[in-house]
Design a protein around this ligand. Structure first.
Ligand code: IYR
Length: 226
């Protein structure tokens, strides 16, 4: 790599190789920390500083994305009036889902999780973050152009958001109101943005409960060819 590399839009990769034992140690402790993560629906109202939410969004936004278009918008809401409106709209959609639309096979796997149309986490948690996926991007001249792999890109950003929230010692829940078109209207987002996940963020309440679940073992989720 010679002079002029910067001019081509490339810079040198900053990479410091760590000793293998330290790498393994880091890998184990990251895994152990992430394995303690649980999704809960029970949040306390205890305040969370905006900076923590900003850092979770910044972390999420480090995700790889198709053509580096970063096709996501994270809308963070602490305004109680707005959270109440979102909860009301989500519950009315969810009521129809649980009472009328839910297929039997879906009800069967949700039953052990104890979910229902009541979405108190939307008003209990101090912050609600809605992840919008951008199926198109705005070009400077006002025209629209496609984004690429926006589902995959936003999925990765969501994963990093969840990890960041857990790592800082808070809890979140990946809620997918169904359908969730109402979020675009309430939050005033443009047509090319599609609500993908609603994530309440906060401290778990003192009496927070989680289903007694086990994670699949390595052998059940992987296959190696050596
Ligand atoms: N959107 C509904 C139903 C729901 C669906 C799945 I898949 C879950 O893992 C949990 C709930 C709801 O939020 O209640």
């Amino acid at each position: 790599m010679g002079e002029g590399d910067e001019e081509s839009g490339f810079i040198r990769l900053e990479f410091a190789e760590a000793p293998a034992d330290e790498m393994l140690q880091r890998a184990r402790s990251f895994y152990e920390n992430m394995d303690r993560r649980r999704t809960t629906r029970h949040f306390s109202g205890k305040e969370v500083p905006r900076e923590m939410i900003e850092l979770a969004i910044r972390t999420a936004s480090t995700a790889p994305s198709g053509a580096h278009l970063q096709p996501w918008t994270f809308v963070a809401i602490s305004d109680p009036g707005l959270k109440a409106r979102i909860r009301e709209a989500a519950e009315s959609e969810e009521r129809r889902f649980y009472e009328e639309r839910i297929p039997d096979a879906w009800a069967e796997v949700l039953e052990p999780l104890g979910t229902d149309h009541v979405k108190e986490h939307i008003t209990d948690a101090p912050w609600v973050v809605v992840l919008f996926r951008q199926s198109q991007r705005e070009r400077g001249n006002g025209e629209m152009a496609p984004t690429y792999y926006s589902q995959e890109s936003c999925g990765m950003a969501a994963g990093l958001f969840v990890a960041a929230v857990h790592n800082m010692g808070l809890a979140t829940l990946t809620h997918t109101p169904s359908p969730m078109g109402f979020l675009r209207e309430i939050l005033g987002r443009p047509e090319h943005e599609h609500a993908m996940l609603l994530l309440p963020v906060g401290y778990p309440s003192d009496d927070a409960r989680v289903p007694d679940l086990e994670r699949k073992g390595l052998g059940d989720v992987s296959q190696f060819h050596e």
